[in-house]
Design a protein around this ligand. Sequence first.
Ligand code: HEC
Ligand code: HEC
Length: 130
Amino acid sequence: MKFNLRKICVLGSLLLLISFAIAWTPGKEDDRNLKVLPKDISSDSLSIIMDEFTEALNVDCAFCHAPKDPQNPRKLNYASDANHLKDVTRTMMRMTYEMNDKYIKSIKQNNIHLVTCYTCHRGNSVPLEK
Ligand code: HEC
Ligand code: HEC
């Protein structure tokens, strides 16, 4: 049940952000390199989504984010697209949102469970085939 609660929070905040383009701006908006999420997303909402990714795939931030300097791999350049898994992830995000918007939400029943990264990945960076 713990995961369900988190899932509801994450999806709730995503839906809010996407449908109403919230007025609050974190300031660093111009430096952002966001192609799927709204550019004016708050840092808090961004962290919730990034935490969801790390948990669903059981990876750390460096799995998708390239280092600022190869000599010091612990400091990451989050806006950089040098790690190609960031673009793979953008495709996964679009796919997941579309599955929910186009198909899951069209199901007429009371307690709809939306698709999340965890639905397929279940703690694996590549989902298991069996
Ligand atoms: C599975 C891949 C993945 C993981 C793991 C991941 N991120 Fe991200 N992150 C992304 C993608 C993709 C974007 C860009 C989203 C977009 O284009 O809308 C992003 C964007 C960001 C940004 C915004 C950068 C900018 O352009 O301003 C920050 C900050 C960030 N991530 C921090 C983190 C942190 C901190 C962690 C670890 C807790 C993390 N990410 C883990 C894929 C990932
Ligand atoms: C409908 C099932 C499904 C959903 C939902 C899904 N994925 Fe995936 N994902 C896959 C499959 C299948 C692959 C493996 C593709 C391949 O063979 O390279 C994959 C691969 C990936 C990879 C590449 C891993 C690697 O090491 O090559 C990343 C990163 C990823 N997914 C992130 C995400 C994130 C983040 C989300 C949520 C926004 C997500 N996925 C949602 C099915 C899914």
